[in-house]
Design a binder for this molecule. Structure first.
Ligand code: MRU
Length: 368
């Protein structure tokens, strides 16, 4: 996406690879929108930490980061013999897969890389690893573009769209999932207005989605997480589009940022279409129940405190909650298929329960 920073405009992806220095390069998302900074990770362990600490976040973006991290780990190998290399790679895989548990994109990206790294020598496999990581990142861009085209007709001219968290280009390699149909509608000359849920505790909506939309010149308002029901009741929201961190291909259940389920219940109550936009790497074809999705519980400090910037420009965390109180911080929830109008994918729009029937079109390669 085009980023205007210090008066200069430049195209950026969220994550890319420095082949010469064997480093993963990332936009430091924790500093946005107050500072735009690029960081590098020196090895795959640092890359995993960048995922855990949310320097980079969002399903597709951590998928691509894990893919590059796996290639980085493969290229770190200095030992001898294919078996030792495979053992090393299994450790690298585990470190990156454990960095965050809910999004399935990192696991899907790395598994597919491992299946295709089949050359006879270590050196060839190291080269393959980077080519496959680049391929995952490019596919992510193409999938998001394609789902944008598929979802664009759902947005009428003048539409008021609600979105939750950040499923924009920062959550992918480019374009985003929930935002891709909005960007496609804008490119067609439609005028739209977006309501961004603030998305406590980390405020990805207020911080990241709002920054992205401002960069793209899309009119928007940030709303408190509790305001959506009121706006729906007054007829001020025409449709909802959100992303997903893991969508179950067998059941149509959708894991997404905490608070998504509540918005889906409200949308159903008010007969407002509720869409989920995903690239194919977000589909989990294995799990048979949403209850089996690992839901990340993050530090209670995220709920008890808030980050911001003082009027002097200093980034600071302040305590918001009652001193001595404790908190729970589940980062994701699961929305059942009956609350979802459609799943927007690069292969078209599907009812959530029809994903399994359409699995061949949706990239399923396993056995049923
Ligand atoms: O915790 P995050 O910021 O990594 O969560 C990911 C998200 O931004 C959302 O859940 C998003 O809606 C789906 S990711 C494309």
């Amino acid at each position: 996406m085009n980023v205007t920073h210090n008066g200069k405009s430049k195209q950026y992806r969220t994550v890319w690879f420095d082949k010469v220095r064997n480093r993963v390069r990332l936009i430091e998302q924790r500093l946005l929108p107050h500072q735009f900074k690029i960081v590098s990770t020196a090895n795959h362990v640092e890359t995993a930490c960048a995922i855990t600490d949310m320097v980079v976040r969002g399903a597709g973006a951590i998928g691509a980061t894990a893919a590059y991290g796996l290639a980085q780990g493969a290229r770190e190998f200095r030992g001898r013999g294919i078996k030792t290399f495979e053992r090393h790679l299994a450790k690298v895989y585990r470190t990156l897969a454990d960095a965050r548990p809910t999004a399935v994109d990192p696991v899907n990206a790395m598994r597919s890389m491992l299946e295709n790294m089949n050359a006879p020598t270590v050196a060839e496999r190291q080269a393959q690893s980077l080519a496959l990581a680049e391929q995952f990142a490019d596919n992510d861009v193409h999938h998001c573009q394609a789902l944008g085209q598929a979802g664009e007709p759902l947005i009428p001219d003048g539409a008021r769209v609600l979105t939750h968290c950040n499923a924009g280009w920062l959550a992918f390699v480019d374009h985003g999932s929930a935002t891709a149909p909005m960007y496609a509608a804008q490119a067609k000359g439609k005028s739209i207005h977006v309501f961004c849920d603030e998305t406590r505790p980390r405020s990805q909506g207020a911080i990241l989605t709002a920054w992205e939309l401002a960069q793209q010149g899309i009119p928007h308002d940030i709303i408190a997480d509790n305001a959506a029901g009121h706006l729906m009741q007054r007829g001020e929201i025409d449709l909802v589009i959100v992303g997903s961190d893991r969508t179950l291909g067998r059941t149509g259940e959708v894991a997404n940022k905490i608070g998504t389920y509540t918005k889906a219940v409200l949308a159903k109550r008010h007969n407002i279409p509720f869409y989920v936009a995903i690239p194919l790497s977000t589909i989990d074809w294995e799990l048979e129940s949403g209850l089996a999705i690992p839901i990340e519980e993050r530090s209670q400090e995220e709920v008890l405190r808030a980050w911001g910037v003082t009027d002097n420009g200093r980034r600071q965390s302040v305590r918001v909650a009652n001193p001595g109180s404790t908190a729970r911080n589940p980062a994701f929830d699961v929305t059942p298929p009956e609350l979802i109008t459609g799943i927007i994918t690069p292969a078209g729009i599907f009812k959530p329960r029809q994903l399994w029937k359409n699995r061949a079109k949706l990239g399923f390669t396993g056995t049923a």
